[in-house]
Design a protein around this ligand. Structure first.
Ligand code: NAP
Length: 486
């Protein structure tokens, strides 16, 4: 059977890398199945893409924002028509279940629809001037060429929530998806091509970040960088961009905690923890990786949690009824198994799971059991570091104050949640917890596209993503004073 070759999109044309090099894209459920080959781009391709984005800039920036919005809205309509096809690609290249993939496509549709509408808002301010006969107002202009670098875990939604606001603000884009999941990114770019985006406005180059990442940040024509990925890569790119005074935003890792107090709605909390810890194989930046429970309900909660976890159905994400797919790659699987071993060595109790799943159809994929550690101490590696897999670490605390202290005792600050019926404790939690997104009586997951998304501490730096914050990141404010005294 012939392998499909996926190409870069530069200057409105689908092209191979200059070197002619490509690499296979695998299905994590069937390691020997090749979904196609993608271009192994290098610096030459990155420069070509940046130059083509630069050439397209002035026309796109001068296109009225509502007209830019019309094209983005057309992309939204096309995505609605191709929902199942795009979801299938996500499952095939990333591994998550089809229902999770459909959720991701829905999120992407919401993003496109919202960003299209921003073309008719894009508000500035008008204020009274302190001088007579003077008009004072602000207006927005694009940054210029922006580079967008994304991870593999939401291969459609994260590119959508960066590209759509970048375009509506009048920027032109060079987009580099994660090496292991380029196909959803290519799908998204094709959608914009079909929607009528002019050549050069959106370019995609696939291939290793280690080879082309520096160029995407440091090239003099690039004025802004939006990155999502690990804290190590993000902090490196952020400092590189800062040295050249570029506008950079980095959304990075998490170690999100759910606190369950003894007065909580236990059933609701259990469902949220199981979905938060193990849904999408724990490979969400907002996944629940720490569970902090008050002493009085600890034992009962853990035992109910294990019962509920046992019912999860693991397997190939395209099969009906599957809750959890494989880890997204062999490296990811190895990282998860390494942390499980480390947890045991450090003295935590392995209360459930902990093994690679093998036998029959599982041998072909990177499957791991949902895993629960109890008796976890705050200074253990499994309590501090992002595992990015279906591994939950549980802490027993004597009261609310200790729960807050454990919750904040990590370098990350992305998302967090509390289950309680006590309004006073809920708001005290809001005031004290160090995280960008807080949930009361709801899981650590997700977010709505018209609200800011992102973290604090080692989880995020630069302007937040989504909602009007995305418009703030992808535009520059100009302040204008007009003396009309004549
Ligand atoms: P990663 O290794 O940092 O990679 C992210 C992106 O950066 C990929 O496109 C990668 O390309 C590229 N990259 C790697 N090295 C680079 C370099 N030296 N210069 C420029 N780009 C480079 O992260 P990941 O493993 O894909 O993603 C998982 C991480 O993303 C987790 O930490 C997760 O928490 C985080 N995440 C955060 C959010 C959020 O909103 N806070 C959302 C989702 C995920 P290659 O694929 O070629 O390596």
């Amino acid at each position: 059977m012939q392998t499909t070759q996926f190409q870069n999109f530069i200057g409105g044309r689908w092209v191979s890398s200059e070197s002619g090099n490509s690499y296979p894209v695998n299905n994590p459920a069937f390691k020997n199945v090749i979904l196609g080959t993608a271009q192994r781009s290098d610096i030459v391709d990155a420069k070509r893409a940046i130059e083509s984005a630069h050439q397209a800039l002035s026309r796109w920036a001068e296109t009225p924002a509502p007209q830019r919005g019309t094209i983005i809205y057309r992309a939204f309509e096309l995505l609605r028509a191709r929902k199942s096809e795009f979801a299938k690609t996500i499952t095939e290249e990333e591994g998550k279940s089809l229902s999770d993939a459909l959720g991701e496509v829905n999120r992407s549709m919401n993003i496109l629809e919202y960003a299209a509408g921003e073309g008719r808002r894009m508000f500035g301010q008008t204020t009274p001037s302190e001088l007579p006969n003077t008009l004072a107002y602000t207006t927005r202009r694009p940054l210029g060429v922006v580079s967008i670098i994304t991870p593999w875990n939401f291969p459609l939604a994260i590119p959508s929530w960066k590209i759509a606001p970048a375009l509506i603000c009048g920027n032109t884009v060079v987009f580099k998806p994660a090496t292991s999941t380029p196909l959803s990114g290519i799908n998204l770019v094709s959608l914009f091509e079909e929607a009528g985006l002019p050549p050069g406005v959106l370019n995609i180059i696939t291939g290793p970040g280690s080879a082309i990442g520096d160029t995407l940040v440091t090239h003099p024509m690039v004025k802004g960088v939006s990155f999502t990925g690990s804290t190590d890569t993000g902090s490196r790119l952020y400092s590189m961009g800062a040295r050249q005074l570029k506008k950079v935003q980095c959304e990075m890792g998490g170690k999100n905690a759910v606190i369950v107090l003894s007065d909580a709605d236990i059933e609701k909390a259990l469902t949220a923890v199981v979905e938060g810890a193990f849904g999408s194989t724990g490979q969400r930046c907002t996944a629940t990786s720490r569970l902090i429970i008050e002493d009085a309900i600890y034992d009962n909660f853990i035992s109910a949690l294990i019962d509920m976890t046992k019912k999860l159905r693991i397997g190939y994400g395209l099969l009906p009824g599957i809750d959890i797919g494989p880890a997204s790659s062999e490296e990811q699987l190895e990282q998860i198994l390494r942390y499980i071993e480390l947890g045991k060595v450090e003295g935590a109790t392995l209360a459930y799971g902990g093994n690679r799943i093998t036998g029959a159809e599982f041998d072909q994929g990177f499957y791991v059991e949902p895993t629960i550690f109890t008796d976890v101490e705050a200074n253990m590696s499994i309590a501090q570091e992002e595992i990015f897999g279906p591994v939950l670490t549980c802490f027993k605390v004597k009261d609310f104050a200790e729960a807050i202290s454990i919750c904040n005792n990590v370098q990350f600050g992305l998302s967090s949640s509390i289950y309680t019926r006590d309004l006073s404790k809920a708001f005290s939690y809001v005031n004290q917890v160090e995280a960008g997104m807080l949930h009361i009586n709801a899981p650590t997951l997700g977010g709505e596209v018209h609200l800011p998304f992102g973290g604090t501490k080692a989880s995020g730096v630069g302007t937040r993503e989504q909602g009007t914050e995305a418009i703030n990141f992808f535009s520059e404010i100009t302040t204008v004073y007009v003396d009309y005294a004549g």
